[in-house]
Write a protein that binds this ligand. Structure first.
Ligand code: PXG
Length: 443
């Protein structure tokens, strides 16, 4: 049964059970990345791969940024770890202050996690505890949305709306409902930026209130732009309407800004871009440029203040992680925010948006392409499935593009582009040109 450990240089790829990966296909034909700098990865064969997806929507300032690398190196020597339960370290507070200075309204308090999934579960727990602390403990129901992705914790898959992420894992959280997703090929195919159709879909929240009564509903969570299910852009007026209905019924509104935060839409956060202030927002990914894992929940003042009514020596919220506010993550976060600011990367993303928009929409008319969507530095190209073989066309495009030296992401039959915000126009051209060729080749 047990065997001797394999030598370190062995090519055995068996032991690592890879996440969200076709393990056997990958291990038969690995795409191994060994270096990254700027806009490029280098694979094990020494080939350069242009990063059209900022890793997994997270390396917004590009790879191997010296300032961030040095900050982490310095930090690991100075203070490798400090607990955040009943202890603190200065950079955790400094980063929180910097973050809340970037958020709109009174989104003034940061609760640190290590990932987006933990941020989502944390936000849902805060919502429940908040209502209870106010004496409205019957507000327990949570509302997500079809085609939403909120990570892989039990909370996240419960409010999430991706069937493959849910169907294997039992009943998940009870008391969860879903709003309809906002995508309709018939009504919005090839829309540029926000589609004009679809704001009325927010009214479905009124139906759920009528069904359950507002006194039983704690929170609504949505991605301002649904990333993982293929760049679904919110219809004009939709998010504002959700905000209004939540306000009317005392329901908390949570924006999952794990992808939309830190410049992806040409603003610090989607809440700023869409001029809608949620009660809580979740962050992760771009907060540290993905150099060190970190996530968080940013809550409005009124939520934080509600918890601060307990006697002074009691713990107000029984929640947290060993690595909440890890010093390396805090150091990476501070340096990352410096880089964003010094290089004006959010502004740069806003300025490049029309270019990416025209580039991605130039693929209209390519055989099999049935929709193209874009907002900020997100582009998505959806193809028709091959009869009886859903998903295979996009997977082929993904593999062909890798051979051609580009990293894309796919979901279903959609290919998404979400490059680091340092991308050059010529590199956008290269991405689109390669994508067009690969789509044709995958006919
Ligand atoms: N919320 C949103 C909106 C996300 O996009 C998470 C939560 C979970 O974050 P963590 O850090 O726990 O993974 C995410 C993550 C893709 C892709 O290809 C997207 C994510 C992760 C991996 C792949 O679209 N988003």
């Amino acid at each position: 049964m047990s065997s001797a450990p394999l030598p370190a240089n062995s090519n055995n790829l068996d032991a690592f059970w890879m996440p969200f990966t076709a393990n056997r296909a990958f291990k038969a034909n690995p795409r191994m990345l060994v270096k990254a700098e700027g806009m490029h990865y280098t694979n094990q064969e020494g080939r350069q791969i242009l990063d059209a997806t900022a890793g997994l929507w997270c390396v917004n300032a590009g790879h191997g940024r010296q300032k961030i690398v040095e900050a982490v190196q310095k930090q690991v020597k100075e203070l490798d770890y400090a607990p955040s339960f009943q202890w603190g370290h200065p950079k955790a507070f400094e980063l929180a202050a910097r973050l809340v200075a970037m958020t709109p309204g009174d989104l003034n308090h940061v609760f640190y996690t290590n990932s987006g999934s933990e941020a989502v579960d944390t936000a849902l727990k805060i919502a429940l505890a908040y209502h209870r602390a106010r004496g409205e403990g019957t507000r327990t129901r949570l509302i997500g949305r079809e085609r939403g992705y909120h990570g892989v914790g039990f909370g996240g898959i419960s409010v999430g709306g991706m069937v493959a992420n849910r169907k294997w894992f039992g009943t998940a959280l009870p008391g969860v409902d879903h709003l309809p997703h906002t995508h309709s090929l018939k009504d919005m195919a090839f829309s540029k930026d926000q589609p004009s159709w679809g704001a009325h879909l927010a009214e479905d929240l009124e139906r759920l209130v009528a069904l359950h009564d507002a006194s039983n509903i704690a929170a609504v969570i949505v991605e301002p732009v649904a990333g993982s299910t293929g760049g679904l852009v919110p219809p004009v007026g939709y998010l504002k309407r959700l905000r209004e209905i939540c306000d009317k019924h005392g329901i908390l509104l949570i924006f999952d800004e794990v992808i939309t935060g830190f410049g992806r839409l040409g603003s610090a956060f989607a809440s700023e871009k869409f001029d809608v202030i949620p009660d809580m927002m979740t962050i992760a990914k771009g907060v540290t440029n993905a150099t060190v894992p970190m996530g968080g929940v940013i809550a409005r003042k009124g939520i934080y203040d509600t918890f601060m009514n307990a006697p002074e020596n009691t713990i107000e919220l029984f929640h947290g992680y060993t690595y909440s506010a890890h010093p390396l993550a805090a150091a990476a976060g501070l340096a990352t925010l410096d880089v964003y600011k010094e290089e004006g990367l959010f502004q740069r993303a806003a300025e490049l948006t029309p270019y990416l928009q025209e580039a991605v929409h130039s693929l209209k008319g390519t055989p099999s392409v049935i929709d193209i969507r874009n907002i900020g530095m997100i582009g998505a190209v959806e193809m028709e499935s091959r009869p009886g073989k859903p998903g295979t066309r996009a997977y082929d495009v993904f593999l062909k593009a890798y051979e051609a030296g580009i990293m894309f992401r796919t979901t279903g039959e959609t290919v998404t582009i979400s490059p680091p915000l340092i991308v050059e126009k010529g590199q956008i051209d290269q991405m689109i040109d390669t994508l067009g060729k690969c789509i044709k080749a995958a006919a």
